[in-house]
Ligand binder design. Sequence first.
Ligand code: FES
Length: 64
Amino acid sequence: MYVCLCNCYTDKQLRDVAREGASSVSKAYRRLGRPAQCGRCISHAREVLEQALFETEPLALPAE
Ligand code: FES
């Protein structure tokens, strides 16, 4: 599904760059080649990245 219509970035592309280490929308977009244009996608792109990062590195629970 398209997340960023200006740059034609999909949720899969965002998840892929998140797994490769992109930890913010600006870093992810830089890796994909173009920065945000209108900015309407930022909130949804952040949610996709956060979900991908959580799936990659779930929050560490404190030791009991
Ligand atoms: S929809 Fe992503 S910058 Fe416009």
